[in-house]
Write a protein that binds this ligand. Structure first.
Ligand code: SF4
Ligand code: SF4
Length: 95
């Protein structure tokens, strides 16, 4: 498989792309084991994008001045909730 090199200049969080840039390969939806899902309270979120930077699975996407979750790949680890100092992220049970 040919790996494409991408040149970027990163100075602020705004320079980081909307979503991780790895192209989908053999990866398929893998969040079936999650028992709870994250929810963002847009009223509390100040758009700092810290959660986006810390999510180990790259499944937090920038959404204007806030964020949204790629729930196909979020494993429900809770790191985003822990890192958010605005208390904007909570978890709800999967139905
Ligand atoms: S860390 Fe909290 S306040 Fe910052 S973007 Fe994420 S949800 Fe919003
Ligand atoms: S729960 Fe974990 S995997 Fe899901 S969005 Fe938060 S940090 Fe990422």
């Amino acid at each position: 498989m040919k790996v494409e090199k991408v040149k970027v200049s990163l100075n602020t969080v705004d320079d980081i792309p909307y979503a991780p840039f790895a192209r989908p390969g053999l990866v398929t939806v893998n969040s079936g084991f999650r028992t709870q899902r994250p929810v963002c309270d847009k009223e509390k979120c100040n758009g700092c994008h810290l959660c986006y930077l810390y999510c180990p699975d790259g499944c937090i996407l920038k959404d204007g001045k806030s964020i949204k979750f790629d729930l196909d790949f979020c494993k429900g680890c809770g790191i985003c909730k822990k890192i958010c100092n605005k208390g904007a992220i909570s978890f709800e049970d999967e139905k």
